[in-house]
Write a protein that binds this ligand. Structure first.
Ligand SMILES: [Fe+2]
Ligand SMILES: [Fe+2]
Length: 197
């Protein structure tokens, strides 16, 4: 399939459940806007935003089965929490099904769930847009409007706040934390506040 936003939207509307589809459109719009704000490629950002949750709705056994079938590396944490694999599998499908070859777009899709240290601009845009898109509710996310505003002023600060919220949320429950998320948190904590340890 060509990298055509409308054609991809039509395709996604037949694959994703309604709620996930609207989330996807929200991430597309915010990714486009953040790319414009940071003078980056708006089309690439919109496309990566549209495709980021391509594999989000597969059941856990299917995520594992497909990752194994395509020889995608699966860590121990991912094997215990297959939900974490939807970025990696989504990037694989974006390439194979939708013909995306740009390594920054594929990486932004692959790492949108966990984040990682020293993300490039597109990776930060997709990671942030996923968290702040308009369908997300401030009832469940502390300081969401503040983070939304911050994203358009200082994206590194926004990434840090999202990672901080995410770790606090995960630590308060039973879900396991991917080590990459902790590494990303430590990186951005140091970046926005040099000298802290
Ligand atoms: Fe996701
Ligand atoms: Fe998402």
């Amino acid at each position: 399939m060509k990298n055509d936003l409308l054609a991809i939207k039509k395709s996604l509307s037949t694959i994703l459940p309604e709620k996930r589809f609207y989330h996807t459109l929200g991430v597309e719009a915010v990714s486009f806007s953040l790319a414009a704000r940071y003078e980056s490629n708006t089309n690439q950002a919109a496309l990566a935003g549209l495709l980021h949750d391509l594999a989000r709705c597969f059941p856990d056994p299917e995520l594992l089965k497909q990752c194994d079938a395509y020889h995608l590396p699966v860590s121990e944490v991912e094997r215990r929490n297959p939900y974490l694999l939807h970025g990696k599998l989504g990037a694989y499908q974006a390439k194979e099904v939708y013909g995306i070859t740009d390594s920054n777009m594929l990486s932004a899709i692959a790492y949108h769930t966990t984040g990682k240290p020293d993300m490039n601009l597109l990776e930060k845009i997709i990671f942030t847009a996923d968290y702040i898109e308009p369908n997300r509710s401030g009832k469940h996310i502390p300081d969401l409007d503040e983070i939304r505003s911050l994203a358009f002023h200082d994206i590194d600060q926004a990434v840090y706040r999202i990672l901080d919220n995410t770790l606090k949320y995960l630590e308060s429950g039973t879900q396991e934390i991917d080590p990459l998320t902790k590494e990303a948190y430590n990186f951005y904590k140091q970046k926005i506040n040099p000298g802290s340890c």
